[in-house]
Design a protein around this ligand. Sequence first.
Ligand SMILES: C[S@@+](CC[C@H](N)C(=O)[O-])C[C@H]1O[C@@H](n2cnc3c(N)ncnc32)[C@H](O)[C@@H]1O
Length: 1012
Amino acid sequence: MTDGPRLIERAFPLKQASLDSVHEKNVRHGHISTLHIWPARRPLAAARAALIAALLPDPGTPEGRKRLIEKIGGVVVKKIEKKKIGDRTVEVEREETVGGVLHWGREASPDLEWFRQEIRKAWGGRAPRVLDPFAGGGAIPLEAMRLGCEVTAIDINPVAWFILKCTLEYPQRLAGQHRPLPGFALESVEFMEDFFKGTGKLTKKQMERNLQVVQRNLLPPPDVDLAWHVRAWGWWVLERAKVDLERFYPTVDGKPTVAYLWARTVACKNCRAPIPLLKTRWLCKKDNKRVLLTMEANADRTGVVFGVQSAVPVAGGNPAQRREHDRRLGQGTMSRNGAWCPCCGKPGTVAMKLEDIRQEGLAGRLGAVMTAVVVAGERAKEYRLPTPADIRAAADAGKEIERVFAEIPFGLPTEPTPKGGSGASRAFSVDGYGIDQWYKLFTPRQLFALGTFCRSIREARRAMDTSGYPQEWIESLQAYLAIALDRVADRSSSLCRPDPTPTQSGIINTFSRFALPMNWDYIESVPVEASSGGLPGAVEWISKVLDQSRGMIGSPEARVMKSSVLSGFGDQVDLVLTDPPYYDAIPYSDLMDFFYVWLRRTLHGLSEEIDAAFGDRLGPKWDSGASDGELIDDSSRFDDDRVASRLAYEEGMYRAFKECGSVLADTGRLVVVFAHKNPDAWQRLMSALIRAGFVVDASWPIQTEMGNRTRAFASSALSSSVWLVCRKRLQTARPGWDTGVLEEMRENVHTRLRDFWDAGIRGPDFVWAATGPALEAYSKHPVVKKANESGQVMDVSEFLRAVRRMVVDFVVGRVLSGNGDGATVSGLDDVTTYYLLHRHDFGMEEAPAGACILYAMSCGLSDRDLADDYDVLVRTGGTGAEEEDEERELEEAKAVDEESGEGTGSKFKLRPWAYRARKSLGYDAEGRPAPMIDQVHRLMHLWKAGDVARVDEYLDARGLRRSVLFHHLLQALIELAEPRSDERGLLESLSNHVAARGATPEDKQIPIAAES
Ligand SMILES: C[S@@+](CC[C@H](N)C(=O)[O-])C[C@H]1O[C@@H](n2cnc3c(N)ncnc32)[C@H](O)[C@@H]1O
């Protein structure tokens, strides 16, 4: 491969990669995300697109690029779909891709083989070497393998390393190998029925014949692949565990138990009665099924009596009233402030403040009460009160814990849970309530069940050996069974919440978001059952991923390493494509210790490598002495010194990129994925890249989340990750001068902006897409000096300010010129520029904070300036009524948002003109000229009041009649306003008035520069 530009440096299937990434989030069976939880996984579609585009050369012509882009991503088509929104059915326009290799399922298309060949050809007939030093759950290395590359995947975390082995190494190593199904599987009619169903469509007769053939040993046992052996040994473990477990999940009235519902309890400070801590009393709230847990104080007010009310009637005339009625009806005992006591208080009062509950938790005095039992009725789930047998069984299981853990290496998981704090550790609050060791996160029965599975999996190891399985098979099978246990643990902790609008499972798992917040009421599944949360389901999910990985046959072997990126990597590579942690977004190691403690116990003794990886009590954090460890911004690791923590993260990133540079071939490329709502974080990341010797030359914002507004895609409101493309800077590169660098940047970027605009890239994505190409002029110099300030350098933030300003001026030029001639506008003030950008992209609706901050910065402002000083923005917090509960809980939990670093969803809206009525609106204040949007809004108020004389007076005083910008702005605002709205009517009559009073603009000095 020559050093010529790569496709990714010129063009990218941005829309296709975004659409298919979003779609992938809904894929269930077979996706690697369903193998094992790992936070912040990148979509496979995005990784595949980036790899292909980084490994293939730029075809050099617009036609060639278009062809290649369509070969990768296909074409985007529009579809109309019917969607139910509340009581209405609406038609929604949806876009999707046709063709290409990015969409889930198309990875097996023949076109992928074409890409494998093209990539090999481009690399002189050999497989390119690809490195991902922050590999996590393995999306990037998996796709690189699929494309025929030689892959090295590194992660510091033992859980990630183990997942990587299960995703990349074992399936590849055993791909194409078959072994006979073990005897115990053949003997089980139930298992063999599943087997025949899973391997072909059979009539009842054929099924019976097949079963007879197998049971009478008329034919040798079928040879099957890894996936079926996992199913078989999963079955073995289940049958073994059931012997010990089943009696602790009694069936009452012939209806099998699906789950138990519990509430934590605390003794009331006033009357000492145990208060059940309930967030809601709705057991099920669906349109066709409404079941409520009733609760009243017992006769002597020493406790409560529960009941189950089915078919709860709907009340209220409109949806808002119905919602409010249901909210009141289902109110639990918990509020934001604490709990009320059903024995001595009433709803709205607080008997136990949150702090009181916390203190009781720390003293080990929180209890638990079973509130209801979910059972499998004839046709659907039913709810009943617990019987004494249910309560006794739960208590009895606790007596078995000591016995089972005595047979497991390292015994009960007594390792400490993470401490809550600020920054990354805001994700944790359980230790503040006394859950300070991992085992305390589970009910006694959950612990007993997990211990029993763990012991059975370990016993299976000996049985596999006796059955003649080779060591590499035993290791792989054990690994997948250990993953099955992790999946069960995720659905079997006391942080699992009941889903009041259950679709299938009725269980919201522990890691439904990447935090460990305290909860009050929880659901306990029956882990031997196939329903959600059970081992059979877990084994099936895993086997489906393995079914999907059959295509690994012939892929080069991947190298999986557990190591810190800061410790160096060894061999030279052609491409580094990686997705590092984002400041304080996710505390990987602390969170994943949840699984670490189980893996350590289940896998112990399997191999020296595994024992070494899980040798410590918990996963690695930060080693201050060695300045090495997990690279996240978590001040609790730096004695709560926020500055030291941030600096260690930034310095660590710089060192990581430097290490990447040292193994990257001179013609190689580094692609870094980054997602953070704060543009400041970006600037620091880019500085680190430049300092480490890279030239940034492209950047592509790929969406991975779809907003619920139909406009979200068009306005690109939710870009969640930006893929930055870099090449190594020449050793001979010399310092540059700011004037020359800015001029070169303008020249380079102008045509690219038009390309991006014509390609339909809009909104914040437009800013991000332009950032990479613009940075090339700057970053190709090791340092950029200021021509007019001796000894001063232009830092990256100063440069980016100039870039962003140019980009927003371009967009505003399009807005002001009605999207037409592409005029660039200069001279429009910052606030009005922001207003137009925001209005153009989001209208008067809510906009995500990340986008607003980026736009504000691009205009030289901050979101705070716009909200507090200029009164242009309003913070909305982004909650609709139905989201309120969830949002409140999020707040209480101080949870972190998955992958985007978008925080807890703060949002902004433009303040409607009618509410912008400050006295000083439209007047210069303290030497600060009034933004032109304020002047327009002042005029609108005057016009609405019918005060034509004052309108004229104001127009003249500010010289607006002669201002070309003012005329363009009025026109743009008319077009942006809703047709037939009050606002539009006012603007139109104002515009007519200005025109009628002989106001042809005379002063052509106010510049609207023609595009060069
Ligand atoms: C954003 S995640 C990668 C996610 C991955 N791309 C995926 O799709 O699953 C960042 C990863 O960096 C790892 N990490 C943090 N510090 C590290 C270090 N010093 N060396 C290597 N890996 C590190 C974390 O364990 C985490 O898995």
